[in-house]
Design a protein around this ligand. Structure first.
Ligand code: 5GP
Ligand code: MG
Ligand code: MG
Length: 179
């Protein structure tokens, strides 16, 4: 059975504050923050606020299975607009699970000549092949973020046949199903 970890907005703020503290205490000055769409965007925006780094960009990474491929491969589906040449870049995602997303983001960003690429994720799964430079907490549970609650509910009700009562226990509060 899948273990779920519902995360509150306050925990999101606290996690981002913890990451900002780790970065500042190492004396690092971040020039550009790149959020990984869509889940990394809100943590990225909070870090922009906490670190006083107004320059932001975004990258979208999606998973695809090509012809003859057995495993899904991450692909950058929305390119970078912000200039990162000679800049210290912080790439932010909500969670590093397999770690493939952050790895592909690093590979992609390297081509634009940054001075340094650092990574951050609110959560880290213990089996990830990429260990972010900064993270708030390690967990092996499936995290339900405030920004993906509706899609989690949708999937659990429609695809897995759970009742709304069972789903409420997972998402951590009373939920309504929007038709
Ligand atoms: P990766 O496996 O490449 O490290 O993570 C890919 C993406 O899967 C993440 O950016 C995130 O959107 C999604 N993901 C992975 N683990 C979780 C999880 O526990 N909860 C949620 N909501 N999304 C996850
Ligand atoms: Mg994601
Ligand atoms: Mg997501």
């Amino acid at each position: 059975p899948v273990k779920f970890k519902p995360v509150t907005w306050r925990e999101v703020e606290e996690g981002c504050a913890k990451i900002a503290e780790q970065i500042s205490s190492r004396g690092i000055k971040v020039d550009v923050i790149v959020g990984v769409l869509r889940g990394g965007w809100i943590p990225a925006r909070l870090l922009s606020d906490y670190l006083g780094t107004p320059t932001m960009g975004a990258l979208e990474v999606k998973f695809y299975r090509g012809i003859g491929e057995t495993a899904e491969r991450p692909v950058v589906t929305q390119p970078l607009i912000v200039d990162i040449r000679d800049k210290v870049v912080l790439v932010v995602d909500d969670v590093a699970d397999t770690g493939k997303t952050l790895n592909i983001a690093i590979n992609f960003l390297t081509h634009y000549g940054p001075r340094k690429i650092l990574t951050a994720a609110l959560y880290l799964k213990p089996w990830s092949m990429h260990r972010p430079d900064f993270y708030a907490e390690e967990t092996d549970a499936w995290i339900v973020f405030p920004w993906d609650k509706a899609e989690t509910v949708e999937e659990l009700v429609r695809k897995k046949g759970l009742s709304l009562e069972e789903v409420s226990k997972i998402t951590g509060e009373d939920i309504e199903f929007i038709e």
